[in-house]
Design a protein around this ligand. Structure first.
Ligand SMILES: N[C@@H](CCC(=O)N[C@@H](CS)C(=O)NCC(=O)O)C(=O)O
Length: 259
């Protein structure tokens, strides 16, 4: 659901690019990275997930699942970080981060799709199983408020397992998440053994989407040792000053801590 009709009508008046985002959120970071790479000016609306800024009628009126990021561009609301990348690329094509060769474009689209689909069952499951950040943990009152606002079954189920008072993800959940991530990184590592970038030997939306995920999973002590090519690709991307501005700086300055 890339473009949504907000029930919070205040955003319809916004001019230019506005981004609702969170400092340590890898989904937010991929959008900030593209904005940085394209040198686009944007107005930030920082959502403190730990303070439950997102669990409000006002925010669910912008993002129907109460997640970050959400982009508002001249009153158009776009959600889902990978759809936001595609939207920005369409609206602001220069400099471009799509494939040069036509046959490579579906490959980029596939990596963006995987990135979107794996976030909940893979990355989020592992981060919260390990309690890297305790930002989703809720009081009884916060959890009731969340259940009143959230209508998405997958998120209701996830937050019942992690977020609800006294809940916890299981070892089996974590094992399955690890298996899913390993499968993806194995494929990526194979590609990166003979290419500097994920698709077509060029820095594209696929790299922009995936690199922040590696940062997050490194913080979560995911075992990347079987994937040396992923690690050296990540070192190259994360050495870009744009990456520092878009993500590493936010992590350094974040108030979440690792708790
Ligand atoms: N598929 C979504 C995932 C967004 C997402 O889960 N964002 C996290 C931060 S990385 C969030 O808002 N978590 C708060 C919550 O689960 O309530 C996207 O790519 O935009």
């Amino acid at each position: 659901m890339p473009i949504v009709e907000p029930t919070n009508k205040s955003v319809l008046e916004f001019e230019g690019i506005h981004l609702y985002h969170a400092d340590r959120s890898n989904c937010s970071a991929r959008v900030r990275l593209l904005l940085e790479e394209k040198k686009l000016p944007w107005v930030g609306h920082h959502i403190n997930l730990k303070a439950k800024d997102n669990i409000s009628e006002e925010y669910f009126g912008i993002h129907p699942k109460g997640l970050v990021p959400a982009l508002v561009h001249d009153g158009t609301v776009v959600v889902e970080s990978n759809d936001i990348l595609a939207y920005l690329e369409d609206q602001f094509p220069e400099p471009g981060f799509r494939a040069v060769a036509d046959e490579d474009q579906p490959k980029i689209d596939r990596w963006l799709k995987i990135s979107g689909e794996i976030h909940l069952p893979g990355i989020k499951t592992l981060q919260y199983y390990k309690r890297v950040a305790r930002i989703l943990e809720k009081s009884e009152e916060e959890y009731n408020r969340y259940r009143e606002l959230q209508t998405d079954p997958a998120h209701l189920e996830f937050h019942a397992k992690h977020g609800a008072p006294g809940s916890s993800l299981t070892e089996e959940d974590a094992a399955e998440a690890t298996r899913l991530m390993n499968e993806i990184y194995e494929e990526m590592d194979g590609i990166l053994s003979s290419s500097d970038y994920i698709v077509g030997g060029k820095y594209t939306l696929a790299d922009i989407s995936w690199a922040p995920t590696i940062t997050t999973q490194k913080i979560g002590e995911f075992d990347f040792s079987p994937f040396p090519n992923v690690l050296s690709w990540y070192d190259r991307i994360s050495a870009r000053p744009q990456f520092d501005t878009a993500f590493l700086k936010w992590i350094r300055e974040s108030s979440w801590g690792h708790g």
